[in-house]
Design a binder for this molecule. Structure first.
Ligand code: GLU
Ligand code: MG
Length: 439
């Protein structure tokens, strides 16, 4: 009998869910009977080249590279195979041409390439992520429980059937979460995953969304990871933490720069901040992202960095217990409308560009970046989507990072979503995207 790498037995009558995340940030999937597991991993199953360019609203944003003609193969990465429910297993899939070559615009391949580039520069990256989400009724409407208490023990107690289901699903999957809490926003929760290599973390982000969505369904809820689930409430972030070592030496702790950041670590931060305006639509590019990315929302909407600063795009988390390897930087602007593979690739690649270019470390901003009277006030990243899309489209950095195919597809998807929702009232727009990123 087949087994997962973690040792769970797979029955021939079970089902395998293979997923790929498209440019809209939506997780798509195929179910394959478990007796075809080897074929799913080796030859793959067919998918149309339009798979990557569906929008969150089910339109297809075809480009010359992504059309209705042709066929690609979704190949399961069997070494990630994980039990996610009774008789149900999951694994991430990568996209290949029928002859076997990798489709260059496949987001998982893009991230694998950037991780290799880091390795060639002598760097090793680890990432970890935080998942913020809002519990809803199963149909996506508001729960309407009275008297939400952010971080409140009572709000946690009211969510206990969900929390128990979460623990069941995560332990069956062998995935650890570090902590779970009731967030500041009404009906909002957060769960964080422990660090791993960037591809594993992006895979686990998908896995965690699957497990959270199933736990919510078991407890009688729907779940929204959307950047803004309901108009006027708190937004949901998909913050990404990055720690980097070069030749084994940690870069964000134990150094001589501000707050213990090394010279190379400061250059990496500078690289991330420098590329941020042109990559903003990769990180936060949905028509509801700009409702979240505002000063005062703890979404990191100023283009600066600072020690534990939640209004800075890059928040330094200082080394714990004097161990420099635990220091990391968090990119707060990312939301769940971003493809998690492309967001990680963008963050890591811009950090590497800063590092290899030897950029000088920008000054840390440790108070409110929007406070009046700062000598060099950092730019506010809140940008209308048409403008951030135009910058992305013109960006040489993005063209090198993503390749022309993925860049064209991503911009086309975001423009199609923008056009489809431009005339909607704010409430209708948030409803349009509310359940798009749950699984
Ligand atoms: N909900 C905030 C966001 O949209 C983050 C709050 C926090 O710092 O955890 O990013
Ligand atoms: Mg949070």
């Amino acid at each position: 009998m087949a087994k997962t790498p973690g040792g769970a037995a797979i029955d021939p009558g079970d089902l395998i869910l293979g997923t790929a995340v498209d440019y809209a940030g939506v997780t798509r999937g195929k179910l394959v009977p478990a007796d075809r597991l080897d074929a799913f991993a080796e030859r793959g199953v067919g998918c149309s080249p339009t798979w990557l360019v569906f929008t969150a609203g089910q339109a297809i944003a075809s480009t010359g590279d992504f059309t209705v003609a042709g066929d690609w193969r979704l190949r399961l990465d069997a070494k990630m195979l994980t039990p996610v429910d009774e008789g149900m297993f999951w694994g991430p899939a990568s996209i290949h041409y029928q002859q076997g070559d990798r489709v260059a615009g496949c987001p998982r391949h893009v991230l694998e390439r950037v991780v290799q580039e880091a390795g060639a520069a002598g760097c090793e990256a680890r990432t970890g992520t935080e998942l913020e989400f809002v519990l809803t009724r199963p149909d996506g409407s508001a729960r309407e429980l009275p008297g939400w208490l952010g971080y409140g023990a009572r709000s946690l107690r009211e969510a206990e059937p969900f929390a128990r289901a979460l623990v069941d699903y995560f332990s069956r999957a062998g995935l650890r979460f570090e902590q779970f809490h009731a967030e500041h926003g009404v009906d909002q929760f957060e769960l964080s995953l422990e660090p791993a290599d960037p591809v594993t973390t992006a895979d686990r982000t998908v896995l965690a969304r699957i497990l959270i969505s199933r736990a919510a369904a078991r407890a009688g809820y729907g779940v929204s990871f959307s950047p803004m689930s309901f108009t006027g409430r708190a937004g949901n972030g998909a913050h990404l933490h990055l720690s980097l070592t070069r030749a084994g030496v940690p870069l964000f702790g134990g150094g001589d720069g501000a707050h213990g950041v090394t010279e190379a670590g400061g250059a990496a931060i500078a690289g991330i901040l420098q590329a941020l305006p042109e990559l903003l639509a990769v990180y936060a590019g949905t028509p509801v992202s700009e409702l979240r990315l505002h000063p005062g929302n703890a979404s990191g909407s100023y283009a600066c960095w600072g020690l534990e600063n939640r209004e800075a795009a890059v928040r330094l988390v200082q080394a714990a217990d004097g161990r420099p390897e635990t220091a990391n930087i968090e990119l707060k602007v990312i939301d769940a409308g971003a493809n998690p593979y492309l967001a990680a690739a963008a963050m890591l690649s811009s950090a590497l560009a800063g590092l290899t270019g030897g950029l000088p470390a920008p000054a840390a901003v440790d108070g409110d970046p929007g406070a009046p009277g700062l000598p060099c006030p950092p730019p506010n990243l809140h940008t209308p989507l048409p403008e951030s899309l135009a910058r992305l489209e013109r960006s040489d950095f993005a063209a090198r990072l993503l390749g022309a195919e993925a860049l064209g597809g991503l911009v086309a998807v975001r423009r199609a979503e923008l056009a489809a929702t431009a005339d909607l009232a704010a409430d209708e727009r948030t409803a349009y995207f509310r359940l798009a990123y749950s699984c």
